[in-house]
Ligand binder design. Sequence first.
Ligand SMILES: NC(=O)c1ccc[n+]([C@@H]2O[C@H](COP(=O)([O-])OP(=O)(O)OC[C@H]3O[C@@H](n4cnc5c(N)ncnc54)[C@H](O)[C@@H]3O)[C@@H](O)[C@H]2O)c1
Length: 445
Amino acid sequence: MPQQKTGRDIAPATGKLGVMLVGLGAVSTTFIAGVENVRRGRALPIGSLSQMATIRLGKRTDKRVPKLKDFVPLADLNQLVFAAWDPIPDDAYTAALKAGVLDRHEHVEPIKDFLQHIKPMPAAFDQYYVKRLQGTNVKRGKTKRELAEQLREDIRAFKKTAGVARVVIVWCASTEIFLTAGPAHQSLAAFEQAMEQNDPSIAPSMLYAYAALMENVPFANGAPNLTVDLPVMERLAEERKIPIGGKDFKTGQTMMKSVLAPALKARMLGLAGWYSTNILGNRDGEVLDDPESFKTKEESKLGLLEHILQPELYPELYGKIYHKVRINYYPPRGDNKEGWDNIDIFGWLGYPMQIKVDFLCRDSILAAPIVLDLALFFDLAHRAGLSGIQEWLSFYFKGPQTAPGLYPEHDLFIQHTKLKNTLRWMMGEEQITHLGVEYYEYADK
Ligand SMILES: NC(=O)c1ccc[n+]([C@@H]2O[C@H](COP(=O)([O-])OP(=O)(O)OC[C@H]3O[C@@H](n4cnc5c(N)ncnc54)[C@H](O)[C@@H]3O)[C@@H](O)[C@H]2O)c1
């Protein structure tokens, strides 16, 4: 008997989808300009699963492999409308030129008018949390609570003026200084009181997260700041039935790490050390040159090896790993980062070997399709009634947020399977286990 299909009830993606970006820097402008170039048929959305990937349904012999976007009801690129906040007043055209990621003549000038219309709203910003930036386009208020209320007002005003049916927010702003969750982050009452009292443990990113959740807007966090990774936000998201997730887009070096480390473990090869260093010359690199912001990033980049390699289960192979991550601000390279990895491994009888990776990547070119997918999938999750942490979108994050007590899954291919299986589950299709015995005669015996 064929299996009865019982997917989730998913509201249709009718009307416009507002994508509000915190930060209008390299990643945001590369994303916005990219979407517009794709909409005008001038380029391809390479790197985006939502636009390019297919999904296998049923048995291999069924030959059902639709595109993801034809399988699940995602908003279409033509339905997207953009807005942003930034303490630097440059419009998206000027910001894109300053970021210098996209070719000016090929991808920026032809859409100049469109980009010039996207002007950043004043930001909730405080230099205490991002030491290397100075902003003039900032909100004024006596308390952090007032700033949060102004952000809520921005969301409501954007909904009205842009005529959007739904909104999602993606944090594409700078990495803030390292903070840990404290008493102010445990409950809504404590959080609201801390905002009133201008408690330093409330960073600007948390004000955006709070404003989003109070306005019923899903929030994805592309930087390693705590932001929505706090008990108060998790509870608020559950109560208000809003999807949240983070942290930190998984783009270059960490993406490679989450591919190579599982390969070593799969083959039971040992690891003695992994030294990763980067040179990067964009504004993000400048911000990360500040030790306090770097600490936030470092935590996010260091976590995954331990989770993937499980030294507690394999002490002989992974019990003594020396893991180091460095980011060096080096202006001549701009957004074109170079990331080196030196990996010291050992094999049969303990004989040492080395792997070297030299990834000449473009940071924002890798990040932009992630922003697009997150915006579309968070909107889908919301319409499908999924609330709280969206673990199935771990694929996109360096430090995936998980339910309390659960360790995060970092292996890129497990994350990829999880993402696609979640979409199958949403649509009432069978899970793909890769067991495969059904294709052979002995399966019935
Ligand atoms: N590009 C990547 O590969 C990648 C990967 C992972 C994470 N990230 C993170 O994404 C973020 C954006 O990267 P980018 O290269 O676009 O950096 P960027 O410096 O070009 O842009 C960040 C923008 O955020 C603005 N900003 C800072 N604080 C703000 C606030 N409180 N409210 C509103 N805007 C604020 C800044 O003025 C700046 O214009 C960074 O945190 C970065 O660490 C990037």
